[in-house]
Design a protein. Sequence first.
Length: 361
Amino acid sequence: MNEIRKWLVPARVNLIGDHTDYSGGLAMPIAINKGITVKARLREGERTHVWSMGQTADFDRLGREHVTGWLAYVAGVAWALNERGIQAPALDIVIESDIPVGAGLSSSAALTCGIALAMTSFAGYPATPTEIALLGAKAENDYVGAPTGLLDQFSVCFAQADHALLLDFSQPEPQVTPVEAKWAEAGLTLAVIDTASRHNHATGGYGTRRQEVESAAASLGLEQLSSVGLDQIVSLTDPVLKSRTQPVFTENARVRGAAKALRDQRWDLFGTMLTASHNSLCEDFQVSCPELDLAVESALARGALGARMTGGGFGGCAIALIEPERVDELRSMLEALFDARDWPKPNVFVTPPTNGAHQLP
Ligand code: GLA
């Protein structure tokens, strides 16, 4: 009864390929050096108790009652398991995290997947990483009500140190291909710029984009917008649907190009893809914001080979491929620029590609 088990689930940044997962496209994320630790043990009774960031709460172990707020990401997994015919045991769960919430680093996927690992483990169900990712997504989509795709959950479950993951969402079960990411050997690092502006994908513009993408696919008679051809884009007359379709088409092409550049260690080309992706998501797909644009512009001005917003957008983080010696200058520059605009202080850190979810000793 008293055995404690522990898991670490990392955050992720998406190197390229945003707003493509829910239309059957491509993306290429890495896991980063921030994460969530979930510690759990069995407890008597019918309720699971959770301790997180100084707060405590409890819920029906099978997730049958509806809870809201951060607890929904925990109870939602019990509910998702129950829907799959697996009964979650009653647990004591302690959650610790250094992932900023709402920063576009997949704190919610790290949490749901960490809880799914704990609940399946104590239920005696040997879940595969794909099953863990799908349980996390089900909790987030159908219980919490955030209409996200599968990018975040597959990133945090499958990531490998020193690799990016080429993810292909065209099939019901996404395909995962690790690609070596050796920019450190070329004297480069990946800087993450948390702009401190925040989003909420359960209520914000993310859902609107998703609907627009679905309307564009429907108006072209496509099941998934990522299979769109150039001739079909040209035939679209609705300006909004056209401006959502074009970036999906070009973003998928950029992911293919970036994967090749990564394999060939062509850092200039890789950087060009990142920046082109930002411009397209900003101008056509319109999911960037002034803070992210300034972060990208500043990184490029400080000599980054490429920079872009990462994740769902409307706030959160940007990434930049840059020489490590320039990161301090970039940080000071951004702090001054943000301060001059009365924006909250940004946080700049560097990360290697790290391992995905795993049990700790
Ligand atoms: C959020 C969602 C993902 C994905 C990205 C954008 O992180 O959770 O499913 O759509 O935005 O690429």
